[in-house]
Design a protein around this ligand. Structure first.
Ligand code: EPU
Length: 346
């Protein structure tokens, strides 16, 4: 186990913010963590788990010991009558993993193509796009408790998935309480891809692709290609323009609140949800406040999608946070809605 000192993190966060880790350990498996926790020099030091870095805003050097998750591996575990079960190491790139499943004929993750980040971060966020959420394809995961060093397995129910939410985003107030934020390091994730495969095509952008191409029964590879094309047209590539995907969650309101807003803003984009609430498009709210293309210092609002904040080159985490707060204030003042950020500010 090698502890590296003063490691540059710019290439380890998708915003491309310049910051350093005072100390960093690369985790390739359970034994790396157990060794670290057995070492008196490191066992009581605060730790920060870093995956693909696609959902963080670094506002300075990271003082806790950074555990950079690099657990490798992709394999088919079961090819049963009702599903394929596939497993990937937490350090694998999410998009490469989706590509690998399709190359081997295991369909089901195609709507989630091109989401930045690692396999290990996918359940934390319960990533979702174009009508599919990770929880719809999740089987179980293996993780390690950073306090006790014990390995454990969680099923979907135990992960308590919600919209861009899971048990890994909640802090336990005391021992035994709900919440694993800062406490668990995910090692491997397993996915259950149901058979027979059924395409998910309800999302407006995909329906448009079907209509324009004239393809009535697309296969999984075709949907993957469409999703990649839609995302590439709308969202900036983090390798070119630093960003963390959607910066805010889409807020939900009651039907009464929505009617009240529609009376003032007849064009507001809104979607009735199965539970009776109404989801609003945060991108539309931000756009309506005139933020598209605006900047604070070197942090800006992406020209083609107002929900995405970008690093225009040399942005600090402070600039990103200042911009995000200014957006929250103007959306609140105009619509009375508080936008909740998706990324974690470190
Ligand atoms: N809109 C605007 N102006 C904008 C942006 C959006 O008017 O600048 C309107 C669009 O016209 C559309 C609506 O808002 O009617 C929704 O936009 P879009 O279809 O682009 O989806 P989104 O709600 O902005 C969500 C996810 C994305 C995911 C897409 C596709 C969240 C926070 N974001 O975005 O996820 O890719 O749907 O399913 O739920 C991410 O989480 O990082 C992410 C990119």
């Amino acid at each position: 186990m090698l502890v590296e000192q003063n490691v540059a993190l710019q290439s380890h966060n998708s915003f491309g913010i310049v910051a350093k880790a005072r100390a960093l350990v690369r985790v390739r498996g359970q034994s790396d963590v157990q060794q670290l926790l057995a070492d008196p020099q490191w066992q009581d030091i605060p730790k920060f788990v870093l995956g693909g870095g696609s959902n963080i805003v670094l506002t300075g050097d990271v003082k806790p010991l950074v555990l950079k998750v690099e657990v490798p591996g992709r394999r088919l575990l079961d090819d049963g009558a009702r599903a394929w079960v596939v497993e990937a190491g937490a350090g694998e790139s999410w998009h490469d993993f989706v590509g690998w499943t399709l190359e081997h004929g295991f369909a089901g993750l195609e709507n989630l193509a091109l989401i930045p980040g690692s396999v290990g971060a996918s359940p934390v966020q319960n990533i979702g796009a174009y009508g599919v959420e990770l929880q719809d394809r999740f089987d179980s995961l293996d993780a390690i408790d950073l306090h006790s060093g014990k390995a454990f397995t969680l099923d979907a129910g135990q992960c308590a998935f919600g919209y861009r939410d899971s048990i890994f985003k909640h802090m336990a107030a005391k021992e035994g309480d709900f919440g694993l934020a800062g406490r668990a390091l995910i090692l491997r994730v397993r996915f259950r891809l149901p058979k027979p495969w059924k395409p998910v095509l309800g999302y407006l952008d995909l329906a448009r692709k079907m209509h324009d191409s004239g393809i009535r029964e697309p296969n999984a590879r075709q949907i993957y290609d469409w999703v990649c094309a839609i995302r590439t047209a709308k969202l900036p590539d983090p390798a070119v323009i630093g960003n963390a995907g959607s910066f805010f969650k889409n807020p939900t309101v009651t039907p009464e609140q929505c009617q009240d807003i529609i009376a003032r803003e007849p064009n507001i984009v809104h979607y009735p949800m199965p539970d009776g609430s109404v989801k609003l498009a945060a991108g539309w709210l931000i756009d309506a406040c005139g933020w598209k293309g605006k900047s604070v210092g070197n942090a800006g609002v992406y020209e083609k999608q107002a929900l995405v904040l970008v690093n225009r080159g040399g942005a600090t985490g402070g600039e990103v946070v200042t911009l995000a707060r200014a957006i929250q204030t103007s959306v609140y003042e105009r619509f009375g809605i508080r936008l909740e950020p998706e990324p974690v500010v470190v």
